[in-house]
Ligand binder design. Structure first.
Ligand code: NAD
Length: 487
């Protein structure tokens, strides 16, 4: 098989197998071919991984931040040296075109190790608080064993975005990738060992929605960071609440992208296309509700249609391919059923809407699709589709579009295209979202915090903010005088 790893899990510095776990078949989404056969973690494997993490963590936390950082930066270097190999694996795992994975996946993971490896020496400092004679100080301390649970759209990036800050802050991690994309995280674990990470600190176990709870409910786990859908987020947060674990929730969205009539239209179209079609639309922060001011609607739609119809769909390993398949047959069925709903509820299908007939094989391909004349109540404007389906809605006034953009349970991201700088800032100020862009879309470099509000989650990944979510404060009050007691 094309991408069979040495074993299903990576625990305590080595590959581990337990064939009594249920079978997970990894399919190449471009062909449906089985490229690896793995096993879900049994309760014994879960115990083994958590025990290894628990054993390794105190010594790691006691190392100087600079020494920890050096190892993480070395991991970043190795990832960059192996970018081609890792990108090909990511393409096999997800079906995303190599054109994307080569610039967006291992490189983003490497950025994360480099950033956290670099900032950690300064990032965990506490505060000195003078109290008029007495004083206090704070220490930022790691949480212990952290669990990461990933989605299937950015498997390597998610494995690194959770692993890098967790490790930098002095924690150990047990990471469970999505059952749809089990391969990339194993390579990250291997690379960390090669970079010098002591064994037991970054463990990967496979499994699905039945395995996740074994991790989330485990008494030795201090924190859970989930990237997934809102319904899964509710379950994981509820389970974590049972033992009051720290939680980060990176969940879904239905983000607004607002195009005012003074915007650079080509940039706005480019932003809307990137924010709907990149990774075949399987990006949580996508701006799937594109509000276009009425005066520029016709120009926007005609150029958008032309550009969308030129997107090159095909075999993801081909360097020319711009859009690969969706992750699975089921995901394609789901997206197609949303497209049907769009049609029956009266949206105008501008382009796409089906399975492309010029790609061969059994892959889960779908056409990039644009609906115009979408209204707020339509299902396609309210629910997360997680596929390349852009909804274009019209608007007239600034206040109106802000109210409509906010009329959703989600709050992950939002974007505004306008030439009026004052308006840009005024509008983003009123939009309810965790990550917002003015005159660009979906850029998430490691330096900036990323995460959602409302039902899209809480906690932040990337930037110094992530360190706060993988550590806690210890406050020490120091009395300098005699203790005076009234009794
Ligand atoms: P999902 O919610 O089905 O699964 C996510 C992960 O949770 C998987 O690893 C799955 O095995 C695990 N899981 C499922 N049920 C569980 C349970 N009860 N306990 C513990 N773990 C459980 O999501 P998906 O389909 O893999 O990914 C798509 C979703 O992820 C979309 O909604 C997307 O918006 C979201 N997403 C969010 C971000 C973000 O950063 N906000 C990034 C990528 C994807």
């Amino acid at each position: 098989m094309k991408a069979q790893p040495k074993a299903s899990h990576f625990i305590d510095g080595e590959y581990v197998e337990d064939t009594t776990g249920s079978v997970i078949e990894s399919l190449y989404p471009a062909t449906g071919e089985v490229i690896a056969r793995l096993h879900a973690a049994t309760p014994a494997i879960v115990e083994k991984a958590i025990a290894a993490a628990k054993r390794a963590q105190p010594e790691w936390a006691a190392m100087s931040p600079t020494a920890r950082g050096r190892i993480l930066k070395r991991a970043a270097e190795i990832m960059r040296e192996r970018n081609r190999e890792l990108s090909e694996l990511e393409t096999l795992d997800t079906g995303k075109p190599i054109q994307e994975t080569i610039v967006a996946d291992p490189t983003s993971g490497a950025d994360s190790f480099e950033f956290f490896g670099g900032v950690i020496a300064a990032g965990m400092n506490g505060q000195y608080i003078p109290l008029g004679g007495d004083f206090a100080y704070t220490k930022r301390v790691p949480l212990g064993v952290c669990v990461g649970i990933g989605a299937w759209n950015y498997p390597q990036q998610i494995a690194c975005w959770k692993g890098a800050p967790a490790l930098a802050a002095g924690n150990a991690m047990v990471f469970k990738p999505s059952e749809n994309t089990p391969l990339g995280a194993l390579k990250i674990a291997e690379i960390l060992i090669e970079a010098g990470l002591p064994k037991g600190l970054y463990n990967v176990i496979q499994g699905d929605r039945t395995t996740g709870p074994l991790l989330v409910n485990h008494p030795d786990v201090a924190k859970v960071s989930l990237t997934g859908s809102v319904p899964t987020g509710r379950k994981v947060a509820a389970a974590a609440a049972g033992s009051l674990k720290h939680v980060t929730m990176e969940l879904g969205g239905k983000s607004p992208l607002i195009v005012f009539d003074d915007a650079d239209i080509d940039s706005a179209i480019g932003g809307a296309m990137l924010g709907n079609f990149y990774s075949t639309g399987q990006v949580c922060s996508n701006g799937t509700r594109v509000f276009v001011q009425r005066k520029v609607k016709d120009r926007f739609l005609s150029r958008l249609k032309q550009r969308t119809e030129k997107i090159v769909i095909g075999e993801p390993m081909n360097e020319e391919t711009q859009m690969g398949p969706l992750i699975s047959f089921d995901q394609r069925q789901k997206v197609l059923s949303y497209i049907d709903k769009g049609k029956t509820e009266g949206a105008k299908l501008l382009t796409g809407g089906g399975i492309p007939n010029d790609v061969t094989g059994e892959g889960y391909y779908i056409q990039p699709t644009v609906f115009a004349d979408v209204t707020d109540e339509m299902t396609i404007a309210r629910e997360e589709i997680f596929g390349p389906v852009m909804c274009v809605l019209d608007f007239d006034e600034e206040d109106e579009v802000i109210a409509r953009a906010n009329a959703t349970e989600f709050g992950l991201s939002a974007g505004v295209f306008t030439a009026d700088l004052t308006r840009g800032h005024r509008v983003v100020d009123q939009l309810e979202a965790g990550t917002l862009w003015i005159n660009t879309y979906n850029l998430c470099p490691v330096e900036i915090p990323f995460g959602g509000s409302k039902q899209s989650g809480f906690g932040r990944e990337n930037s110094l903010a992530a360190l706060e979510h993988y550590s806690e404060l210890k406050t020490v009050y120091v009395g300098m005088g005699k203790v005076e007691a009234p009794y």
